[in-house]
Write a protein that binds this ligand. Sequence first.
Ligand SMILES: Nc1ncnc2c1ncn2[C@@H]1O[C@H](COP(=O)(O)OP(=O)(O)O)[C@@H](O)[C@H]1O
Ligand SMILES: [Mg+2]
Length: 511
Amino acid sequence: NSEHVLSSASSPDFVGLAAREHFYVQDDQTFLLTVSVGLPAGDAPVESVQLLVGSSSEVRPMGPAGFLRQLRPGEAREVVQRLKVSDLALGVGQAGISLSLRYRRASGLVEETAVRSMEAILEPARKFVTVANPYSRYSGGTPVEERDMFFGRRELLERIYSEISDGPLGQCFLLYGQKRSGKSSVLRQLEHRLHHPNLPIYLSLGAIDTNEPERSFIQLCIDSLYQKLVFDFDMTDVLEEHWPGQRQVATSPIASFRKSVLASARLLQARKNWRLVRPVFLVDEFTYVFEYIREGLLTPAFMRQWKSLLESRTFDAVLVGQDTMPRFKEAYPNEFGVTHDERISYLSAAEARELAEQPIMLQGESRYKGNSLDRLIRLTAGSPFYLQIFCDRLVQHLNRQRLVFITESVVKDVLRQLVTGHVALSADKFDPLITAAGESVALAPRAQYLALLTRLALRPTASRDVPAGEAPLVQDLLDREVLERGSGGLLLIRVGLFAEWLRANSVGGAG
Ligand SMILES: Nc1ncnc2c1ncn2[C@@H]1O[C@H](COP(=O)(O)OP(=O)(O)O)[C@@H](O)[C@H]1O
Ligand SMILES: [Mg+2]
């Protein structure tokens, strides 16, 4: 084996070296050069890889030389070197840089790669243009209303759109998923896309009066419909003529609901010349109903009421809820009736890349260099929420450090800030990955989930080595895509940022 290593070839080289690149030169006439160095899979490892920068009248290396102790086959890593530019080069605004690598092979032999050259376009850091930060708005978790900042989910939206537009009335869609997976955003986008003859009506059970949840739900539906007519169609006289009053809603809720839906349809036909009207109720946070029933705030009769509403076939419904939805449906199979179920999951790698790249392009050029974007995608697992948080911090870092491009070391610095120190993420940011919903419908208390996850982050464990008592929790975490099974059955935390955070904050948390 060692003989094989001694004899096989090793040809490390630069990866993705640009022919021209922009650099912002600081007041001390220096800038940081970052290059990626890779070794093909199948090569023998090399050691003491050193970046050689040719000194010229334009640039010379400053400070410690870019260095890697070891480079393994199939690996690509970043090397950083500070360079000083001459007055002349700065005046001209560009400089040629020649680069090569010196490395030691397993045999002990020291070799150098061929020299590669690149053109550095130099600009004074004073001319640095602040990077606009479209992520800051969403790093707190507000649903995405803007179309430009909404990524992925295209196929899902199209499917729901066409089933609503072409199918019969009375359809019910169930969208569920992790907290912060983007369910409300999908609902908002759907609301913006549903056009005539569809009449989208958005409401959230998060806003319901828990003293009288049953009546309030119907009242909320009726009120939301009313607001739609008044604000979107200017029908300010609706209330006097056609609308059920509060007392009527209290005594005969179902009849009142039906009355308001029919009245809306008639009004749109008579006054706006709509031939067809398809009301679509977009109900957010529907799984609260499950919690309210468990907590005794609602009786199970509520679900029968819901069923008879839907069976009136006067509207469609898109119900959004948390990952408890499948258990909710299991508990009330008849009441839910036939539904189209869709789970909202992580973004695909391509969609995640779009979210990270597009909003901060530099004149059509990506700001991500080397493996930095891959690293970001792996750390977030394509979760749109953690991507927005990470990108927000990346842009802040670029602006603070007056950097134009994101390299692996930038990602590493920002990761460190996110998991430790005074601006680290607080535990509640990871709530979506700990519990699915409120304690009344959870399998175990939050602390128990957290202790289990912390242990898994600290010590890779195969599912067969998890104590039997915790097996249901592990299954729940797998179902909710918090965990995945890696090679050898090892349980892995999908969002790398969370695993790093757990490791960095594990004191006392491991239980
Ligand atoms: N499709 C998306 N594109 C971009 N960002 C998204 C998307 N979906 C979710 N997000 C991010 O996740 C956060 C939570 O989204 P939201 O729709 O409120 O999730 P949920 O309703 O599932 O809790 C948003 O503030 C935003 O940062
Ligand atoms: Mg939501």
